[in-house]
Design a protein around this ligand. Structure first.
Ligand code: COA
Length: 159
């Protein structure tokens, strides 16, 4: 069974993430969306809220599981019998950071392969921070996230 892990902070999940998840689900027998704590970021949503939102977005994808983890990504991948780490590449500017992460993860565990999927052009400008900024200022985020996520953003900022 070919199992891949798609890690990220997903604060919150956007259509850009969903595009990568759907395409990975087509390529692998099982995809585990792994919600992690990025020590450099202060999240808006709790890990549990993020898992809930992703689970709702992925209910149509039968081979996708959503979990959260603490600790090293490579350890989580091994514990879940995954051989691949999927990451989305939005623009050239992502490359340096992704390159560093992929090489570090390979150094930590040479059995793990990082696979990059290039984002669709219409999502290549998207980020969770941009969506949060628009939502916090009362803007329309319906082109970037689902109604469920838009409602949760509204509740965080305007209730
Ligand atoms: N579409 C839209 N946006 C996307 C995207 C896509 N396809 N791919 C990434 N993004 C955005 C995210 O929304 C996020 O935006 P933000 O910075 O505004 O929040 C940004 O790109 C990058 O976030 P993400 O992909 O979630 O990565 P991250 O840097 O937050 O998380 C981890 C990185 C969690 C994978 C990494 O920190 C990790 O593996 N941690 C575990 C500890 C570990 O093993 N450390 C060693 C790793 S070398």
């Amino acid at each position: 069974m070919r199992i891949a892990v798609y890690p990220g902070s997903f604060d919150p999940i956007t259509y850009g993430h969903l595009d990568i998840i759907e395409r990975a689900a087509d390529l692998f027998d099982k995809v585990i969306v792994a919600v992690s704590v990025n020590s450099g970021k202060k999240p808006l949503f709790t890990i549990e809220e993020r898992v809930e939102m992703i689970t709702a977005e992925c209910h149509h994808l039968k081979n996708v599981e959503v979990r959260h983890f603490r600790g090293l990504l490579v350890d989580f991948a091994v514990q879940n019998n995954a051989r691949s780490i999927v990451r989305g590449l939005r623009a050239v500017s992502d490359f340096e950071y992704e390159f560093q992460m992929a090489l570090t993860n390979r150094k930590l565990n040479a059995q793990l392969e990082t696979i990059f999927l290039v984002s669709q052009p219409n999502y290549s400008f998207l980020s969770s921070s941009i969506v949060k900024e628009i939502a916090s200022l009362g803007g329309d985020v319906s082109g970037f996230v689902s109604q469920n996520v838009a409602n949760r953003l509204h509740n965080k900022y305007h209730r």
